[in-house]
Design a protein around this ligand. Structure first.
Ligand code: COA
Length: 568
């Protein structure tokens, strides 16, 4: 075997887990290439060219051709415990209420998921949607299992364990595809717990097929409501674009819907539920708001929560898919301004789990009558929010990233004084893949953290950066390993220490002086207008790639071949 292991990642998409495995293997010095599974011949050609020592499939929905797995060792990541087989593992785990689940790394053989086992890791199933579970607990277990399997492979003398249902630790089973037949909700008879299990098992994809006002929709997401009640099945309230629907014993919030495509009709995509229903939603359904402070002490759906502990205020925001529309940016800005008016010494920004932010809301933009205008409104609202953070000089502001961030979402985080990351987080500090120059004051924030050479490299290479690598280049300040709960506890401890430190006043004075010095060297308004001049072109000029790239993203169109930046 060569000294440096050459690993080819084969994946259906360069998704969060594949990105994470990519960053982890590169950090260990392996040579890593990526090939998207877009056809057997393309894969064969790439394998011949790349000559991997090992092929690893972190997320693959198709089979690797036999001539490839007979010639090369191929390890597949399967999101289930030993013995679990089938295409809908997590759907079954969530819908059957499993408390513990696992991730297993198997060698590819003719029979799907039945190959010898290289590693398997258990994890506790959190009460959340499938995609959120996937990006958090599943990802952490998968990375641990992958690293163990790769170590074992590199060691050269490990004998993988044949799948044997006679062994006591092989408790999984072969399960069928989790079709809509299993997902159907009977709103008149099913209680909230049962409804939530079904919604979570289908979130974010494929959603639960359901009916509203005589039309079919896929429901995406779901959260318990603690107070509102109504006739089972009735839509009883709206809040910030979501709808609340009564169950047999309570009610749940449904944030997003996707209209079912009618045969021969236009393709559809996920939208805020109120927008998707449009004029079908009766005018007498009341908007029932909740303040971020109320939301923090209730069990209801809210994208914003605010609470204080000692001298620290915590503003938690959680937007589906990390996407932030114009309205969401404005609501977050209003909550941020309220938090700033509180007598706290430090503010911590970020959701307790999952995506920090992925920037402007490409689906809402796609659905707008004039997507270019809506892009403009959205980036303006995002910039207003970022500006408010950059110009807060009387408090310490900390961005706490329990999960991933991309594009403008990374730059939003960088506007704070301190950026703290869970080690599992993956950052994509670039916009080019969406055909955008970028804004959110990135031309100020990024070079001030990493220097202009590194900033240019990050934006040119457009590769994901793991949290540890991000700390090494100064993109983030502190990184800790552990679960989202452990991360949160650590953030609270450290934020309290800083906020209560006698040094804070001096530090705030220095921060103010630095902001003033930076402002006289080049005003923030100038960074903004320069960036927006580029963005205006991206949004409004002829021949710019943004609109097509956005459409492909929203409709999930696969590229014709693996993009050049992934070839390694
Ligand atoms: N607008 C709308 N939806 C977004 C979004 C955005 N900016 N970013 C992510 N999403 C959605 C995805 O469509 C996906 O929806 P699904 O679960 O229904 O499939 C979900 O959020 C999760 O994203 P996904 O791409 O599956 O996650 P990932 O971790 O594999 O990849 C990113 C994350 C950030 C690399 C990828 O989502 C991305 O490139 N997003 C766009 C970033 C961007 O260009 N923003 C605009 C410029 S500021």
């Amino acid at each position: 075997m060569e000294e440096t292991l050459r690993v080819l990642l084969v994946a259906s998409a360069f998704n969060s887990l594949t990105q994470r495995v990519h960053t982890e293997l590169r950090a260990r010095g392996y040579e890593v290439g990526v090939e998207l599974a877009l056809g057997d011949d393309l894969l064969r050609a790439r394998v011949t060219h790349f000559r991997p020592d090992l092929i690893l499939a972190p997320m693959l929905t198709t089979a690797i051709p036999e001539d490839v797995w007979t010639e090369y060792p191929v390890l597949i990541v399967h999101p289930g415990p030993k013995g679990d087989r089938g295409p809908s593992s997590l759907d079954w785990a969530i819908s059957t209420g499993a408390q513990e689940w696992g991730v297993t790394v198997l060698q590819a053989v003719a029979e799907m998921d039945a190959g010898p086992i290289w590693a398997s890791m258990p994890f506790a199933v959190a009460s959340c949607g499938k995609s959120e579970l996937y990006r958090n607990e599943v990802s952490d277990a998968a990375v641990a299992a992958v690293l163990l399997a790769v170590d074992r492979f590199a060691g050269g003398d490990f004998e993988p364990e044949p799948l044997d249902y006679g062994r006591p630790d092989v408790r999984g089973e072969l399960r069928p595809y989790h079709s809509q037949r299993y997902r159907m909700i009977d709103w008149r008879t099913e209680d909230t717990a049962s409804v939530l299990r079904k919604l979570r098992a289908a979130d974010s994809q494929p959603g639960v097929l359901d009916e509203f006002y005589g039309r079919e929709y896929f429901v995406h997401g779901g959260h318990r409501e603690d107070r509102l009640r109504g006739v089972p099945g009735a839509v009883i309230a709206t809040r910030d674009g979501a709808i609340c629907r009564a169950t047999a014993d309570g009610a749940v919030w449904l944030p997003q819907l996707r209209r079912r495509r009618v045969p021969g009709g236009p393709r559809t995509f996920k939208r805020p539920a109120v927008d998707a229903l449009g004029a079908d939603l009766p005018g007498n359904v009341p908007e029932v708001p909740v303040t971020p402070a109320e939301a923090a002490v209730r069990d209801t759906w809210s994208e914003l929560r605010y609470y204080e502990q000692g001298s620290v205020g915590y503003l938690e925001f959680a937007f589906a898919g990390g996407a932030m529309s114009t309205e969401q940016c404005r609501r977050l800005l209003a909550a941020y301004e309220q938090a700033c008016a509180r007598p706290v010494r430090a503010l911590v920004l970020g959701p307790a789990r999952d995506f920090f932010s992925n920037g402007i809301h490409l689906n809402v933009i796609e659905a707008a009558e004039d997507p270019a205008e809506e892009s403009w409104r959205n980036i303006t609202a995002m910039n207003d929010l970022v500006e408010a953070i950059l110009t807060t000089t009387d408090k310490l502001v900390i961005s706490a990233l329990a999960g991933n961030a991309a594009a403008g979402g990374v730059m939003l985080a960088l506007a704070a004084d301190e950026v703290w990351c869970r080690q599992s987080a993956v950052l994509n500090p670039h916009y080019r893949l969406m055909g955008l120059y970028g804004s959110e004051y990135w031309t100020y924030s990024l070079p001030r953290r990493v220097g202009s050479t590194e900033a240019a490299r990050l934006t040119r290479e457009t590769l994901p950066v793991g949290a540890t690598a991000a700390a090494e280049i100064g993109l983030v300040d502190r990184v800790v390993a552990g679960s989202t709960t452990q991360f949160r506890e650590w953030v609270r401890r450290e934020a309290t220490l800083l906020a209560d430190s006698p040094e804070l006043e001096n530090w705030l004075t220095a921060k103010k002086q630095l902001r003033e010095a930076d402002e006289s060297a080049k005003p923030l308004a100038e960074y903004r207008s320069e960036e927006l001049a580029h963005m205006r072109r991206n949004f409004f000029a002829e021949g710019e790639p943004y609109h097509e790239l956005r459409r492909n993203f929203v409709y999930n169109v696969a590229p014709p071949a693996t993009p050049a930046y992934l070839l390694g």
